[in-house]
Design a protein around this ligand. Structure first.
Ligand SMILES: [Fe+2]
Length: 502
């Protein structure tokens, strides 16, 4: 527990109670451990603004804290005499790439491939929905076309359009043959809220009711979701660091901070407790933007340190080389890396980063990728589509971006909306569907660390190792660099290690 005066906590509790809200025990514990640096009034306001429900949970408080919950590692360093014994050295690697669509990526042939892609998306996701609802094969929107007033039907389709009106919104659902419009009233508050959040081009099912000629009302919406399958855990305690966005080659890459992380992995940084954790790390997953690239974002020319892409990768490799050799390193590309931008992205091109291909412990994969680490299913992607989520989903901002990731998990697609910032390659089948329910969904790109748990699964945005760029300052984005998310694969418990404050 922290050393916050009881008075302060009582004040928070009573202020919240006065507004008709209650803090859960977990939420109070978190406040007690983390409130020291916070402005009390601002914190209470932020918490109340974050949640509309009576009970304020730990997640609600976590979202409102300016500083992410993190383990600071400065207080004690390891005495140099202590011998570091890496448990992970004796653990055999159990990494399997289950699906790597970027490696199979073909050149898009024509516009007709987009038609096939959407048909494939519809077919696969409607299949998942039918199973989830126990209805077998869903018939698209057809059951809703010939209804009489008073009749109801279950329909399913791709959300092709949403039109906001004063009292609700029209939602258009399409199957390969037909289209149907239905109205979601604000009076069905939960359904309306969900309808607002659902990304365009997702596939959903809807229970609709014909009220009168040409007026269907949506009574309930259903997403593909994760099913009831149990989530997986490793049988032994072994850890993975799920990180991203190094941006080597930028002047703002925090090399010293990253080196502390590397020293920690070597058992040479942090207290005895942290040394213990380091000894169990077997995997590091880097979810894109290993380098800064060139010509990617506004004002980059003022912030670039090394303009040659090959050199940027050389520098990155020189750093990664210092990670102990028994640790397996998975590297996905991001929008700053040297490969095709359209999704699914092929791995970073060998011609720019040959040395990363020369050693077996580097797993050069595409974006997205589906991995099994000791039975734990990790679905990792860079997260470019989060930009589109933030511009279209009400209530989603940079600092609560894991909520957008949760929605992507629920619609089982990492980049549903076509035609915004995220480029999608024309392919006959849709490789961006989340086919297997993952135990961990990991992204980066936003440079802001944020996580939550959904149905016992971890939903995580890693953060970054780059300081705030001029462009981010202009946009008012405040990155959280220098935090390393560490996951125990036997429990899915997450610890955020803070290398920047140390
Ligand atoms: Fe990035």
């Amino acid at each position: 527990m922290g050393d916050v005066p009881t008075q302060t906590l009582d004040e928070i509790r009573s202020e919240i109670a006065k507004r008709g809200r209650r803090l859960t025990k977990d939420a109070l514990d978190l406040l007690e451990s983390a409130v020291g640096d916070e402005d009390l009034t601002a914190l209470v306001e932020a918490i109340l603004e974050q949640t509309g429900s009576v009970f304020i949970t730990r997640d609600d408080v976590a979202r409102s804290l300016k500083k992410p919950m993190a383990t600071e590692i400065s207080s004690e360093t390891v005495p140099s005499a202590r011998v570091f014994e890496a448990e992970a050295k004796g653990i055999s690697s159990r990494i399997r790439v289950l699906d790597d669509p970027g490696k199979k990526a073909t050149r898009g042939e024509s516009l007709s491939d987009y038609v096939s892609l959407f048909k494939d998306r519809y077919k696969k996701l409607v299949g998942i929905l039918g199973k989830r609802l126990g209805l077998g094969k869903l018939e698209g929107v057809a059951p809703g076309l010939q209804l009489q007033p008073g009749d109801t039907a279950m329909v399913a389709g791709l959300v092709s359009n949403k039109r906001i009106r004063k009292t609700g919104m029209w939602i258009d659902l399409e199957d390969p043959e037909n289209k149907l419009s239905a109205f979601v009233s604000q009076r069905t508050a939960e359904t309306y809220k969900l309808a607002r959040q659902i990304p365009l081009d997702s596939v959903v099912a809807a229970k609709i009711r014909r009220v009168r000629v040409r007026l269907n009302i949506v009574d309930e919406l259903f997403l593909p979701e994760l099913g009831t399958g149990k989530s997986n855990r490793s049988r032994r305690e072994v850890y993975a660091v799920l990180t991203s966005d190094l941006h080597v080659g930028s002047k703002l890459f925090l090399k010293d901070v990253f080196m502390r992380f590397v020293l920690w992995l070597n058992g040479k940084y942090g207290n005895a407790d942290l040394q213990q954790l380091a000894s169990k790390v077997k995997y590091v997953v880097i979810a894109g933007d290993l380098i800064d690239g060139v010509g990617i974002y506004p004002y980059q020319e003022q912030e670039i340190e090394e303009v040659r892409i090959e050199k940027q990768y050389e520098k990155a490799a020189a750093l990664l080389e210092q990670i102990p050799d028994y640790i397996e390193i998975v590297i996905l590309p991001g929008n700053h890396d040297a490969t095709r931008q359209a999704l699914p992205q092929p791995p970073i091109l060998r011609e720019y980063a040959q040395f990363l291909y020369d050693q077996d412990r580097y797993h050069m994969v595409g974006n997205p990728v589906n991995l099994a680490l000791h039975r734990v299913n990790v679905h990792a992607f860079h997260g470019r589509s989060l930009d589109d989520c933030m511009s279209t989903m009400p209530g989603i901002r940079q600092n609560n971006n894991a909520e957008a990731l949760r929605m992507l998990l629920r619609v089982r697609h990492i980049a549903p909306t076509f035609g915004l910032k995220t480029k999608i390659a024309p392919q006959r089948s849709d490789a961006l569907i989340i086919q297997r329910p993952p135990d961990i969904l990991q992204a980066g790109h936003i440079h802001i660390n944020h996580h939550l748990y959904y149905n016992n699964r971890l939903v995580l945005n890693s953060g970054a190792w780059q300081g705030q760029t001029l462009y981010q300052r202009e946009l008012g984005w405040e990155p959280t660099p220098g935090l390393a998310p560490l996951v125990d694969l036997s429990t899915l418990q997450l610890r955020i290690l803070d290398f920047i404050s140390s």
